[in-house]
Design a protein around this ligand. Structure first.
Ligand code: FE2
Length: 199
């Protein structure tokens, strides 16, 4: 299947003041579009042409770095747009809340560890909440990598490439991560992925 760029699930100005229209225009229309275009060009004539995205991500890891970077980023960004919503943050659905308490001791600690993962990712990459061996844990990956290639199921990810926050937060990555957790996360979508990963 060729990669295609989906529309954002909300208006470009819907995540203000925590993520601006300008950031979303560049991030979605330019950066994500580039991963789609480059990924499609790099897949042409390879064994990956026509394969489902997750298979391309797993199969190209460690074998075809250029394709992996673009396919990984396509996967990450498809979810990233859905991991946010206007007036996000707030109440966490019950089953997911229980899993966070089981995994971290408290919801507050889960949020702290997630923010710490994103803050300490050196350079470009992603911070994650991942289901691994039935438990939710926090982790981080560089560049376009994601937990799929490390045996985990990503249920929440935050983009810590500068293109995701520099316009709105400049170098203040921790402030961006805090705002993401408190005001942007679509916990219903995280709960959906948690349910799928643990059924
Ligand atoms: Fe990004």
């Amino acid at each position: 299947m060729a990669f295609t760029l989906p529309d954002l699930p909300y208006a470009y100005d819907a995540l203000g003041p925590y993520m601006s229209k300008e950031t979303l225009e560049y991030h979605h229309d330019k950066h994500h579009q580039a991963y789609v275009t480059n990924g499609n060009n790099l897949m042409k004539g390879t064994e990956f042409e026509g394969k489902p995205l997750e298979e391309v991500v797993r199969g190209s890891f460690g074998k075809n770095a250029a394709l992996f970077n673009n396919a990984g980023q396509h996967f990450n960004h498809l979810h990233f747009w859905k991991w946010m919503k206007p007036n996000g943050g707030g109440k966490i659905p019950g089953a997911l809340e229980k899993a966070l308490v089981d995994g971290f001791g408290s919801v507050e600690k889960a949020k702290e560890d997630f923010i710490a993962a994103g803050t300490t990712q050196f350079g470009s990459g992603w911070g994650w909440l991942v289901v691994a061996n039935g438990k939710v844990v926090a982790s981080k990956t560089p560049n376009g990598e994601n937990p799929l290639v490390h045996g985990g199921a990503p249920i929440l990810g935050v983009d810590v490439w500068e293109h995701s926050y520099y316009i709105d937060y400049r170098n203040r990555r921790p402030d961006y991560l805090k705002a993401f957790v408190e005001h942007l996360v679509n916990w219903e979508y995280v709960a959906e992925l948690y349910a799928a990963a643990t059924k």
